[in-house]
Write a protein that binds this ligand. Structure first.
Ligand SMILES: Cc1cc2nc3c(=O)[nH]c(=O)nc-3n(C[C@H](O)[C@H](O)[C@H](O)COP(=O)(O)OP(=O)(O)OC[C@H]3O[C@@H](n4cnc5c(N)ncnc54)[C@H](O)[C@@H]3O)c2cc1C
Length: 402
């Protein structure tokens, strides 16, 4: 029998594919229903996949060719066909973002669809069952290599797929038990950290902009490295959120010395300089043509401009400071919202500790790892479900065969 631990995105797909071997499959889930992260994903709409995927955007402390190899194992077209034809969920493209959602815009359809498919294929789903430990059987036989300890007693298994997720949003059921079990089994782990999480530390001036959102570009620099994100940016009471912030948040989380610079519009320094040099009316009104008015006021203030400064009176030094604030604004941040709000967990089981084609651990034949437990995550945009679907399928197929 194959035991899959965790009925989240990766575990559901792993169970479905493990079952294709004809083996008995038991899916153990701690909550009363499973797939709770799917339910809350994409604001309740579930951004199920990206329409195109750049593997280099994944973040991992493991070698990048291992991430790329796994992603290549199931094409986006293949994944899309699986959901549309096998699970029966038509998908729709959101053109502005390139994200794919269920056409119904209901995340519940994805969770329920996967669960129904698993049951229809003959997977036994046991909810309200917490796995507390996984260990090698004392007297292993061909059929019982593993003993899985649960809140409802022990279960024997030939193969075990660990798909218990990471540490993010523990209310959804994943509290890191899976990672603890992996560690106890001696697997190599990369340190875990919250990723895709909002940042805190807005100054009172910026906190007053709470609720304002716009599209920006952010450049993060640390220890000689640079990364860039662009997309939505949202001022919150405590700091900053939105895809562009979430996508670079791991840098801030891991490198407190990182500097984040925001370019508030697509206009570059030369364009702004030309426009401000030729400006006739109030400078703040020129800036407010391209930015929300209150943000324009704050940026002028922070650049040291009096509110009534008119274009012809703009001093060179003021113009330079304003162009800097508009194109290279050093975002004041102090911390992050941590796992409570993180969409994913960075770090986890090293990809070098699992076989690239099967996700079976090198140390323990018959033990497979998939999903967020593995050391890789992608940016906002459906990348993390793509990772869960791909790795769930690889581990499930191989566990069924093993
Ligand atoms: C608010 C939010 C929105 C998101 N939106 C998106 C999105 O739109 N698109 C996208 O691509 N990604 C999104 N993500 C990320 C995505 O949800 C995760 O990457 C994905 O769910 C990881 O899948 P997983 O199966 O590895 O882990 P999980 O989904 O966390 O599943 C793990 C499962 O294991 C169960 N479990 C844990 N421990 C045990 C145990 N000891 N015994 C039994 N069961 C256990 C848990 O209850 C859970 O059901 C979002 C995440 C959050 C938090």
């Amino acid at each position: 029998m194959v035991v899959v631990v965790g009925a989240g995105a990766a575990g559901l797909v792993a169970a479905i594919f493990a079952r294709s071997s004809g083996r008995e499959v038991l899916l153990l889930e701690r909550t009363s229903d499973g797939g709770r992260k799917i339910l809350i994903s994409g604001g309740g709409r579930c951004n199920i996949l990206p329409s195109s995927l750049r593997p280099e955007r994944f973040v991992s402390d493991s070698p990048s060719h291992l991430v790329r190899g796994l992603l290549r194992s199931w094409s986006l077209d293949g994944q899309r066909a699986f959901f549309e034809h096998d699970v029966g969920i038509p998908l729709a493209l959101e053109k502005e973002t390139g994200k794919l959602f269920p056409a119904s815009n209901r995340a519940r359809d994805v969770r329920d669809g996967l669960m129904a498919m698993a049951v229809a294929k003959g997977v036994t789903v046991q909810t309200q069952t917490s796995v507390t430990d996984v260990r090698r059987a004392d007297t292993p036989t061909a059929d019982t290599r593993w003993r899985v300890a649960t809140s409802r007693g022990d279960v024997d298994a030939t193969s075990v797929v660990l798909a218990a997720g990471g540490l993010s949003v523990p209310l959804t059921g994943s509290d890191g038990t899976g990672l603890t079990i992996a560690q106890r089994l001696g697997l190599e782990m990369h340190p875990t950290y919250p990723a895709l999480t909002p940042l805190t530390g807005a100054t009172p001036l910026l906190a007053a902009l709470s609720g304002i959102s716009l599209d920006v570009r952010i450049r993060a620099k640390w220890q000689g490295h640079t990364t860039e994100s662009h997309g939505g940016f949202l001022f919150t009471h405590r700091g900053y959120s939105g895809p562009s912030v979430l996508d670079v948040s791991h840098v801030a989380v891991r490198h407190p010395e990182a500097v984040l610079r925001v370019q508030w519009t697509e206009r570059d320094a030369d364009t702004w300089t030309r426009e401000l040099t030729a400006a006739q009316g109030l400078v703040v009104n020129v800036v407010a043509r391209y930015l929300p008015e209150r943000l324009a006021e704050v940026l002028c203030l922070e650049a040291g401009l009096p509110p009534d400064r008119r274009g012809p009176e703009l001093r060179r030094q003021e113009r330079t400071a304003l162009v800097d604030a508009l194109t290279s604004y050093v975002l004041p941040w102090r911390g992050d919202e941590g796992y409570k709000k993180a969409e994913v967990t960075g770090g986890g089981v090293a990809l070098t500790d699992v076989k690239p084609g099967t996700l079976e651990t090198f140390r323990h034949p018959g033990l497979f790892i998939c999903g967020e437990m593995l050391d890789a995550f992608g940016p906002i945009g459906g990348y993390n479900f793509a990772w869960a679907w791909v790795t769930g399928r690889v581990a499930g197929l191989a566990a069924g065969r093993s």
